[in-house]
Design a protein around this ligand. Structure first.
Ligand code: PDD
Length: 287
């Protein structure tokens, strides 16, 4: 049984319990993060904690811990769980209130929960061979830059993708691709890497940011610009990125091949750069 963290205590996951009056349970009133762990180290922790702060600010929940306290809790959690490759999930809700009322309770203490699951080596995953995706209307709210636990639209969209025998839904809003149901979207258009600019329509992905950093450091031309549905359909390559999926090439969109239906050359290059970047961090950790 893996070890979890709940409100100041490490305990077996199956013993972690919260009240049914928790606003996370009643309203989905909370925010979360998913942080990959490579070689026992939390990957890009500072960036995840900064985004957590932005999400908490966005929903007006006070951060229950300092950055140092978060670091201590999360490294403690990783150390208590087995495997050097893990995925840490954390969530902060507005806490438990005496009665169900949409308005914020006058006094409530945020509920802090974190758990870790073993992460399969991405190299082993089928994603390497390319995934299928479909486009679906983006039915979500207007503050998708907040990583809220209120994920019902994302859940329904992802399930629609799965029902269509695909792995991800790419969401369309006002004729443009915003992001995936649980990922950011990149295309290659005339040899240039393009991703949707940050804004309220999408989550500022930590993986997205790293891909842009790697493109910039390695002379790969890139642009942050709107992706029309037509550009998506005609793209030479499509990728979706996330902390758990890393960089997945989409080889089929709406049952049509993307390019020649194989992971493209720019993806081959970027995934190498990404794995090398992780490898360098591994060496740092070992020294
Ligand atoms: N989701 N956009 C959405 C809507 C997401 O849910 C995610 C990640 C991303 C990618 O962000 P990052 O690169 O920081 O993981 C973009 C996580 C993995 C999840 O909900 O499980």
């Amino acid at each position: 049984m893996s070890t979890a963290y709940l409100n100041g205590t490490f305990l077996p996951l199956d013993q972690a319990q919260v009240s049914v009056m928790d606003r996370g349970f009643l309203f989905g009133d909370g925010v979360y993060e998913v942080i990959p762990v490579y070689n026992g180290r939390l990957f890009r922790l500072a960036q995840h904690l900064k985004r957590l702060q932005n999400s908490l600010d966005g929903v007006r929940i006070g951060n229950p811990m300092t950055e140092n306290e978060w670091t201590e809790v999360l490294t403690g959690l990783v150390a208590r769980n087995t495997g050097s490759e893990q995925a840490v999930y954390l969530q902060v809700t507005r806490g438990v209130a005496a009665k169900r009322d949409h308005a914020f309770p006058v006094a409530s203490r945020p509920t802090v929960f974190a758990m870790s699951t073993p992460a399969p080596a991405v190299q082993d995953s089928a994603d390497e061979a390319g995934i299928k995706a479909i486009t679906l209307p983006d039915i979500r709210w207007q503050q998708c830059d907040i990583k809220a636990i209120t994920l019902l639209p994302n859940v329904l969209l992802r399930q629609q993708a799965i029902d269509a025998s695909t792995a991800e839904a790419i969401l369309i809003k006002n004729g443009h691709a915003t992001e995936g149901a649980a990922s950011n979207v990149f295309i290659v258009h005339n040899g240039v890497l393009v991703t949707t600019p940050k804004g309220p329509s999408l989550l500022p992905g930590i993986t997205r940011e790293l891909v842009l950093e790697l493109a910039s450091a390695n002379g790969i031309p890139f642009r942050e610009a709107g992706i029309t549905e037509q550009a998506l359909e005609q793209a030479e390559e499509i990728w979706v990125t996330s902390s758990t999926r890393e960089i997945s090439p989409v080889t089929h969109l709406n049952d049509k091949s993307v390019g020649d239906g194989q992971p493209g050359p720019l993806w081959q290059r970027m995934i190498r750069l990404y794995q090398d970047y992780k490898q360098d961090l591994r060496r740092d950790a070992a020294s």
